[in-house]
Design a protein around this ligand. Structure first.
Ligand code: FAD
Length: 586
């Protein structure tokens, strides 16, 4: 017997909440610990315990129970719940509470109703990036039968595949910096910054969930929280174990190649073993709903959606180059008084970063193609430049770091916005015009580099003077080699010119930025999705295909780890509601 509730106006009393002694902070602790919050969430049938506000709960009694009949010793709690505080939760979260609302003050705890497994709705979540993981978490917690399908490898093997790429130049097309458990966010910088509002309940819930799965608690208070790859990998392993405990069926090395559509409704997916060559046997799996969380590099999946006439349209994104400086130079520019201490690496002061935005031709409605912003993006202090290609003939890069940010380099994308005007030469590709635009520059970069994943590079000073770097290039953190190239000829002139003008303007603000030690690398194309898959606000369902739920960055609704996680979480809520996973009147 676990958790029971009493009544009192405005309060619920939950009793018999058991926390195993090994998880409890101990006899002297009378507050609400994360394991207790989990027990409360279970009693309330609330899906994500980290979303519950601690302040809503007061511990009334705590006793130790080590009776032999128990599997293990435990602390048993009685807790009062301030209902009003729960109702203050963010409106969409509130849906969960609403099922209890008609009974406010008279709530009675219902013991776990076991939903017969053949009655559970079956949901496929395609992609185990942040959006797919959070959708699976919410749906799994609410009782759907979830199958999480990932084309890449689990983090353990994915790490070895990335090692093979960086050391032996072997690119596994299905297990790399973009594909595999945790998605594109795993071997990344792990910056947890977002433009959707740091303090919104959704973002806070995601951050707390990261802490619950082993992320350092300081991410909840840091102004610029950062995980780093070494922290992300174990966190993802814990996430996976939790999903498995919930009964989520996780299948790796399995690529969704097609959708099964009958009468305008998705009925399932066709999958194949992604480790085998094309032509491997396909398998059809039936589902009641398919959540598509494939990220922005699944170009084959985009083509498949186009064949099904799924509503999609090109969207603006940004392209450019990645600039790298010695980290000490950036420290010197950003806080010269403290730079000496930072260089000594005592770790008291964080290594310096920067953020730059420049706008051109703004507001000229007559010439929309000249309205362009140029900005730094995904700046990785103490990081390294990495290869994010998923195909050897298309070369693109990004940046990653480890939690200590201890490398000698500071790199950042330096990109200019592009929109449908820029994609005109690729109009024949319809909604995939932006994808073809990206491909064009990735292929050019691969050719300029001369193959073998060597990256074309140019000194910033030479880029500004439109000349090939003839002297030896400054050192780069990129492990697979750089080749002096005419990067000023990579993009159309109007894009190159705004990049050049911006760099000159930055030098005025950050003297020393234009330096013989600063090296540009090509090419940065996958800053965000080049298209958006249309969906209904509120239900998250595709506007053209029932039963399909496009989410995350690949669908055009997120631009980083946090926003993708939040999108996945809320889609989980919305879908659970449509699948009638709530008990009650909703
Ligand atoms: P993804 O993370 O791209 O996940 C999609 C998943 O779907 C992948 O695992 C893929 O293998 C799988 N998949 C694709 N197609 C199929 C299919 N047909 N069948 C089965 N599975 C499929 N963001 C930040 O906020 N901070 C950072 O510091 C940061 N640094 C980054 C560094 C690098 C090197 C990269 C590449 C990205 C970085 N990002 C960063 C961006 C961030 O990783 C993404 O915004 C985020 O991961 C998007 O999440 P998602 O779930 O939408 O998609």
């Amino acid at each position: 017997e676990e958790g029971s509730a009493g009544r009192e106006a405005g309060y619920w009393r939950l009793s018999k909440l058991a926390v195993p002694a090994r998880d409890d902070p101990g006899k002297d602790f009378a507050g609400v610990s994360p394991p207790l919050l989990q027990a409360i969430a279970k009693a309330l049938k609330f899906p994500v315990s980290s979303m519950l506000p601690e302040e809503a709960f007061t511990v009334i009694r705590k006793s130790f129970d080590a009776r032999k009949i128990l599997k293990e010793p435990q602390f048993v709690y009685t807790v009062d719940v301030d209902v009003k505080r729960l109702l203050d939760l963010e409106p969409r979260t509130w849906d969960f509470i609403a099922r209890l609302e008609p009974k406010l003050g008279t709530i009675e705890y219902m013991p776990d109703e076991k939903v017969a497994s053949d009655l559970k709705p079956r949901v496929a979540v395609v992609g185990s990036g942040p959006s797919g993981l959070f959708a699976s978490l919410v749906l799994g917690e609410l009782g759907a039968e979830v199958t999480l399908i990932e084309r890449g490898q689990p983090v353990e093997q994915r790490g070895r595949d990335i090692g093979a790429l960086v050391v032996r130049r072997i690119l596994h097309s299905e297990s790399n910096f973009c594909f595999g458990e945790g998605g594109a966010g795993t071997w990344s910088d792990g910056k947890l910054v977002t433009r959707i509002g740091r303090n919104t309940d959704g973002v806070q819930a995601v951050m707390k969930t990261f802490v619950q799965f082993g992320g350092p608690p300081n991410i909840l208070v840091d102004g610029k929280p950062h995980l780093g790859t070494d922290k992300l990998v174990p966190l993802l392993r814990n996430f996976r174990h939790h999903l498995k405990e919930l009964g989520v069926n996780i299948i790796f090395n399995t690529r969704v190649d097609d959708l099964v559509v009958k009468g305008g409704q998705v009925k399932g997916v066709v999958v194949s073993d992604s480790r085998l060559q094309l032509g491997s046997p396909n398998q059809t799996l039936s589902f009641d709903a398919v959540v598509l969380a494939v990220g922005h590099s699944a170009r084959d999946t985009y083509s498949m959606l186009l064949r099904h006439n799924v509503d999609m349209h090109p969207k603006s994104f940004a392209v450019g180059l990645r600039i790298e400086h010695p980290q000490e130079l950036i420290n010197d520019i950003q806080y010269p008084e403290l730079a000496a201490e930072v260089h000594k690496g005592r770790g008291r002061i964080p290594v310096a970063d920067y953020k730059i935005v420049k706008s051109f031709g703004e507001g000229d409605a007559e010439l929309p193609e000249q309205n362009r912003s140029c900005y730094s993006f995904c700046m990785c202090p103490g990081g390294q430049v990495v290869l994010t290609s998923t195909n050897p003939s298309e070369l693109c890069i990004n940046g990653m770091s480890f939690s200590r940010r201890a490398s000698k380099w500071a790199n950042s994308a330096f990109v200019a916005t592009v929109s449908s005007h820029d994609f005109r030469p690729f109009e024949s590709h319809g909604s995939l015009a932006g994808v073809e635009f990206q491909r064009e520059f990735e292929r050019r970069a691969a050719t300029m580099g001369g193959g073998n994943f060597v990256v074309p590079a140019q000194c910033v000073t030479d880029f500004l003077s439109n000349r090939l770097s003839v002297t030896t290039l400054p050192p780069s953190s990129y492990r697979l080699g750089v080749r002096p190239s005419k990067l000023h000829e990579l993009f159309p002139l109007h894009i190159t010119e705004v990049l050049q003008q911006s760099i000159i303007m930055i030098e005025e603000e950050m003297p020393g930025f234009v330096s013989s030690e600063a090296l540009l690398h090509g090419v940065e194309t996958r800053t965000s999705s080049p298209l958006q898959i249309s969906r209904n606000t509120g239900t998250y369902e595709s506007t053209s295909l029932q039963g399909l739920y496009p989410i995350g960055e690949g669908a055009g609704y997120a631009g980083g780890i946090l926003s993708a996680s939040v999108d996945g979480m809320y889609c989980g809520f919305a879908l659970a509601k449509q699948l009638s996973l709530f008990h009650g009147d909703i």
